[in-house]
Write a protein that binds this ligand. Structure first.
Ligand SMILES: *Cc1c(COP(=O)(O)O)cnc(C)c1O
Ligand code: SF4
Length: 339
């Protein structure tokens, strides 16, 4: 070896808290373009797309994007673009018709044995493909008394054995509140499992604090955390450290991804994602087809292409590294597997 490695200055940056990272998240397109050294001509279209769904991108995530590269797969997930303004037939505001299964504020009970709690009304990041772009979060911000109603509903239904913390992103809530919710659930004998669906440990890895591990792992409930990672570049060293902490606390860590045109719709990326997840300690769980939400049609991958890709993954990867290809259909009693 004749060349010395470059001096690493990044690791000298003082780490700020996850709350501070949330506050400092980039919210206006001009800052985003400057931060990532992108052409200023993109600004008017980005501003127009932001009117429909605001921009939100924390810096730890932005720091994994290559500067000046418009094709970066992580950039495509956060940069508002002209395509979002296109109205596409067959795409709607509430593609999963969740309004129908949302009788009690904060509670979505669609699937047997499992209930989903809308724990936090917002996310750390606004993913441009999100099916909750137009979810009525303002109607889903229950008070403590309303949460008691939710827990009463769960207590009265012995068929429910698993509670899923969802959102928004449940980890956008403070650990104090999450601890309180778990304390209520632990008192309901038929609840055995706690599941958390979150993208926050990817977006801001320091979100996994000692307090998080306390409510998540130091409980009689078995805990499962489902990460949302779409591309192997999202899994940097710090994310790996947070997954390792979850695992050593006894949490099962899975991943779900969305199949996205221009982000991860090719074989090598999917293989790299599965390999990187497993190396970090997470198992691939679902590969979701895009929910048909208005403004996200440019992310869609045709069913036949998705099926072909999935078959190629099966021929290249061990079975446990092949996620299930699935979609959600309004009114169905489970996710629909695609073959
Ligand atoms: C995805 C989902 C679940 C969990 O489904 P699994 O197949 O067990 O992962 C539960 N409730 C709702 C509303 C969901 O969308
Ligand atoms: S983290 Fe999930 S719910 Fe939040 S914006 Fe992204 S895709 Fe949507």
């Amino acid at each position: 070896m004749s060349q010395r490695p470059p001096v690493q200055t990044l690791s000298l940056k003082p780490q700020i808290s996850w709350q501070e990272e949330l506050i400092q998240a980039v919210r206006d397109p001009q800052t985003l373009l400057e931060y990532l050294q992108l052409p200023p001509e993109l600004l008017p279209r980005a501003q127009a797309a932001c009117q429909l769904f605001e921009l939100r991108a924390p810096r730890p995530f932005l720091d994994r994007i290559a500067k000046g590269d418009l094709n970066d797969p992580l950039l495509r997930q956060v940069l508002p673009i002209q395509d979002e303004l296109t109205l596409t037939p067959g795409y709607s505001a509430d593609p999963l018709q969740e309004a129908d299964s949302n009788p009690t504020q904060g509670l979505v009970h669609k699937y047997h044995g499992r209930v989903l709690l809308v724990v936090a009304p917002h996310c750390a990041i606004n993913c441009r493909y999100c099916f909750r772009r137009e979810f009525p979060y303002q109607d889903n911000n229950p008070s403590r008394q309303q949460w008691h109603q939710v827990f009463d509903t769960i207590r009265a239904d012995r068929s429910i054995s698993e509670v899923i913390f969802s959102g928004g992103d449940p980890l956008a809530s403070p650990d104090r509140q999450l601890q309180w919710m778990v304390d209520q659930l632990v008192d309901i004998p038929h609840i055995r499992r706690l599941r958390v669906h979150t993208r926050l440990p990817i977006v801001i890895p320091q979100r996994i604090t000692d307090d998080t591990l306390r409510w998540l792992a130091d409980t009689r409930l078995q805990s499962v955390l489902v990460l949302h990672t779409n591309h192997p570049n999202e899994l940097d060293h710090q994310v790996g450290q947070s997954i390792a902490r979850l695992r050593s606390a006894g949490v099962t860590v899975l991943n779900q991804a969305v199949l996205l045109q221009g982000v991860n719709n090719d074989l090598e990326t999917q293989i790299a994602l599965s390999e990187a997840l497993f190396a970090a300690g997470a198992l691939p769980y679902y590969l979701h087809l895009l929910d048909k939400v208005q403004g996200a049609a440019h992310f869609a991958v045709a069913d036949s292409d998705a099926i072909a890709l999935h078959q190629q993954m099966q021929s290249r990867l061990p079975g446990f590294l092949v996620p299930k290809l699935a979609r959600e259909e309004p009114g169905a009693l489970n996710k629909t597997l695609i073959f």
